[in-house]
Design a protein around this ligand. Structure first.
Ligand SMILES: [Zn+2]
Length: 636
């Protein structure tokens, strides 16, 4: 079957394409960084998301070195992120002294990590092993798989990278925002390629479905056995703008005696099969047919399959599309350029022409269906958007299911949409959300086809990993061969033999008690002018810069300010010596409270966020310090 594959890295075959680090080098753009990103390590003050962690009998040791004598014939798997959360995915596969990396994602912070933009994997294990890192493979272009790249690649010796075309486009777009990031050596791959890392390690690819095109599972061949890492996947026989799931190829891989399957557990707690993306398209079609006013759609910028469907429907119903927000514009531009999103550019309407179109000729696509503070939808309902204002007859479609924890923000958002006269259609009323991840029956199908000796659930919180592990047992994988690991915990394979039931195993796998560093590395947008991510940071910063409490009393109906705002400073400035600054801050607060939305005058979350952001920015400009700003809104 080698004939089917193109080979990189191998110098001896005349047919092979050889990998040249310079040939596909991407240019570092001169675009300036939106924010001045800095990284620092967690001080351990944050609640970790591993509430569901099972008790480990022996506390795991933190070991940052491998004993060199130990590595012979050993395959070690270490997941740096993605075993205790959804996000920050990064896996290390180490055979003897060679390491390959799969994915380099970021994780969005919890609500109790104020001011943190995102969290990236901790790569301190790799710092003294740069020469061993042979390659990086990226499964697909979502931020929880590519977001860490600009921060990490420079620290690990900038090894060659392999990924699909769409992923490469998104990675190039992202890295252009980081002036300090190295020039990446990206090689685009397809399912027909094979990468020869060394005499011992070779890598192949399996195309899988998800909510973005060009997703690949990674198959790593080592002398001790094959490892299959699915990345994010679902099984979709009728995807939009992508090739259908190839069960034959999966079964073919399964026939090759797979040592270990590492599989996506994001939807492992949900029974049944995932709905096909085209079924969602049909639902949307029925919906569009009935709507006569403007259609406003809140979605994720990364939902490119969904966005393709919207473009198709726009064409069908003679509507034009207005794209709102940077991430949506960026993603659509990349996907259109490389031919993954197909539409006539004329269908896009510029902001200045939007007012000239009839309402039934308009679709507006933007972000913020999760109630995110600074996203498009929030700005629209708060009357802060330059172009779009809601009105009677508009229909707002929330095209993504609620991410747990966002319920309240979404409810607030929906309240405000309705107050402004628009109608709402959300995923509960009509399922316009198809998840991008395999559900229980799909997961079982994958395991039955791959038939691995060992199984390791990945890419979810602990309880979801456990649910996936239970499924693995149901399809007949031996319980002692299923490893539900924590971040950083080393899984090790070496030659040996054991018999479970009537099955003989030639390779011994073990979930060891060894643990490499995997604690949080936080990225904080310190950039001046970045109003979205200001001020509240971790306690370390708070202890340095202090805090300021802003108390405002407002009329619960009209939102009018009652009396003068009170300011209390702790560890920030001595108030008696800074009367001038205090007075200026006070009048700034007054101004912020007055500048309210007429339809929802007393929304305290909105006022609080505004005070936090704008006062934080104001004080930073004045003092170059970032006190924690604590807004208190009293309604009477
Ligand atoms: Zn994904």
């Amino acid at each position: 079957m080698t004939d089917r594959y193109q080979t990189f890295f191998s110098g001896d075959s005349s047919q092979s394409r050889s990998f040249s680090p310079t040939a596909t080098t991407q240019k570092n753009s001169s675009l300036t960084s939106r924010k001045n990103v800095s990284t620092y390590r967690s001080t351990g003050n944050f609640r970790r998301k591993d509430n569901f962690k099972s008790p480990i009998k022996n506390p795991v040791r933190i070991l940052n070195e491998i004993k060199t004598s130990d590595t012979t014939g050993k395959l070690r798997i270490m997941v740096l992120g993605g075993l205790e959360e959804v996000g920050r995915n990064m896996t290390l596969i180490e055979y003897e002294k060679e390491i390959i990396i799969i994915d380099m994602g970021l994780q969005f912070p919890d609500e109790d990590m104020p001011g943190i933009d995102y969290i990236i994997p901790n790569v301190s294990y790799l710092e003294d092993k740069k020469d061993r890192i042979k390659a990086v493979f990226i499964t697909h272009g979502h931020f929880d798989h590519i977001g860490g790249i600009p921060h990490i690649m420079g620290n690990i010796g900038n090894p060659p990278m392999f990924m699909g075309k769409m992923t490469a486009g998104l990675v190039r777009k992202r890295i252009a925002e980081f002036k300090k990031a190295p020039v990446l050596k990206i090689k685009e791959i397809t399912e027909f390629d094979r990468v020869k890392i060394s005499d011992k390690i070779q890598v192949e690819f399996l195309r899988v479905n998800h909510s973005i095109p060009d997703c690949f599972a990674i198959i790593v061949n080592t002398p001790i056995g094959k490892v299959v890492h699915t990345g994010d996947f679902k099984i979709d026989f009728t995807p939009v703008n992508d090739k259908p799931a190839d069960l034959n190829r999966i079964a073919q891989i399964g026939a090759e005696n797979i040592l270990l399957l590492m599989a996506d557990s994001t939807d492992a707690v949900h029974p049944g099969y995932q709905i096909s993306e085209s079924a969602i398209g049909d639902e949307m079609d029925k919906l569009f047919e009935k709507i006569s006013g403007r259609i406003v759609i809140g979605t994720f910028a990364s939902q490119l399959s969904r966005i393709q469907k919207i473009f198709d429907l726009a064409k069908k119903y003679g509507r034009r599309i207005s794209l709102q927000g940077r991430s949506i514009n960026d993603n659509i531009e990349v996907a259109h350029q490389i031919g993954y999103l197909k539409f006539d550019p004329k269908i896009i309407v510029e902001d200045k022409d939007l007012g000239r179109l009839r309402d039934d000729k308009i679709i507006i696509i933007g972000t913020g269906a999760q109630g995110e503070n600074n996203a498009f939808l929030a700005r629209v309902v708060n009357n802060e958007h330059r172009v779009v204002h809601l009105k009677l007859g508009d229909t707002v479609i929330f095209s993504s299911s609620v991410i747990p924890g966002n319920e309240r923000s979404i409810q607030n958002l929906m309240d405000m949409v309705v107050r402004q006269g628009a109608k709402i259609i959300n995923y509960k009323m009509m399922d316009i959300h198809a998840g991008g991840h395999a559900k229980q029956e799909d997961l079982k199908l994958m395991m039955r086809l791959i038939r691995p000796q060992y199984f390791m659930p990945i890419e979810a919180n602990h309880y979801m990993l456990q649910a996936h592990a239970d499924l693995a047992e149901q399809v007949g994988i031996a319980k002692e061969n299923i490893f539900v690991a924590d971040n950083g915990q080393v899984v090790e394979f070496k030659k040996g033999s054991k018999i479970i039931g009537n099955k003989k195993f030639e390779v011994l796998g073990e979930l060891t008690q060894e643990k490499i560093p995997s604690d949080y590395v936080m990225v904080d947008g310190l950039g001046v002018g970045d109003v979205s991510a200001i001020v509240l940071r971790d306690r370390r910063v708070m202890s340095e810069d202090g805090m300021i409490v802003v108390i405002v009393t407002i009329d619960s109906k009209t939102g009018a300010l009652i009396g003068s705002p009170d300011l209390i400073s702790r560890g920030f400035i001595y108030m008696k010596e800074n009367r001038d600054l205090i007075e200026k801050t006070r009048s700034k607060v007054k101004f912020i409270v007055k500048d309210k939305n007429e339809n929802t005058p007393s929304d305290d979350d909105y006022i609080k966020n505004k005070i936090r952001n704008e006062i934080g920015q104001f004080l930073f400009t004045a003092t170059k310090r970032r006190p924690m700003v604590l807004p208190v809104v009293i309604k009477i």
